[in-house]
Design a binder for this molecule. Structure first.
Ligand code: ATP
Ligand code: MG
Length: 218
């Protein structure tokens, strides 16, 4: 359902992605592994339309989205949990999760249904719902970012290094949450980035490795 076809991206004149091709099938779970600075975040941003491709094509559900602005993506049901989370500290956890639904102008009953689904998948968020985001630990913030991505991501979620900086116990909880997500919503595709390939191996069906802006041969 998501595809980059030979996408190149330059930032400030420096080539950051070189002819990156990858596919995430509907309901598929795919890992993108790479070291610091390899181009993982830029790959996700290219899929979201947040950086523009200088060459190649970004295809979503078979439609060429290369030249369309980023606000088109959520309409396809694609949620994004950026590396730095970007929660609003003065908002509660619940309000942070409701924000994308408001931006999308989802009907109130659809919003409630999605929120209930997120709480049943990630019960820890129910307990945190009225806390201000500013007071959360890093691990809790990652859970909220996953919940927020799921409010929009009815078909796919892009998760940028969600395990980075998590204590081992929290990393296990996060991996459990991904397994529950898989069991409860088998049609939602997941593209997840990481630097350590071992961590994601049990969670995904396919792994791409990116090195210096290029997908390494399998
Ligand atoms: N806004 C920017 N301005 C300048 N260079 C950038 C910018 N964004 C990314 N780059 C460069 O592009 C390359 C790829 O960056 P990217 O953030 O995609 O890598 P990454 O794999 O996500 O790394 P990390 O593991 O640190 O998150 C790096 O060399 C980075 O320095
Ligand atoms: Mg990154």
């Amino acid at each position: 359902m998501l595809e980059l076809a030979a996408v190149s991206v330059s930032i400030a004149g420096v080539p950051v992605l070189r002819e990156v091709s990858l596919k995430v099938p509907a309901g598929g779970r795919v890992a993108l592994i790479g070291r610091n600075g390899a181009g993982k975040t830029t790959t996700l941003r290219a899929l979201m339309g947040l950086v523009s491709a200088s060459a190649g094509r970004v295809m979503i559900d078979g439609e060429d989205e290369t030249r369309l602005p980023p606000h088109h993506r959520p309409r396809h049901g694609i949620g994004y949990a950026p590396e730095d989370r970007r929660l609003f500290g003065s908002f509660t956890v619940e309000d942070n999760m409701l924000l994308p639904a408001q931006v999308l102008r989802l009907p109130a009953d659809e919003t409630r249904t999605r929120l209930a689904r997120v709480y049943s998948l990630l019960p820890e968020l129910k307990d945190l719902s009225q806390r201000k985001a500013a007071g959360l630990s890093g691990g809790q913030g990652k859970m909220v970012a996953l919940g927020r991505a799921l409010m929009v991501g009815t078909r796919a979620v892009l998760l940028d290094e969600p395990f980075q900086g998590l204590a081992p116990a929290l990393a296990l909880r996060y991996a459990d949450a991904l397994r529950r997500l898989r069991a409860a919503l088998p049609d939602v595709a997941i593209l997840i980035t990481e630097s350590n390939p071992e961590l994601l191996r049990p969670l995904v069906e396919q792994t791409y490795v990116i090195e210096r802006g290029e997908i390494a041969p399998a």
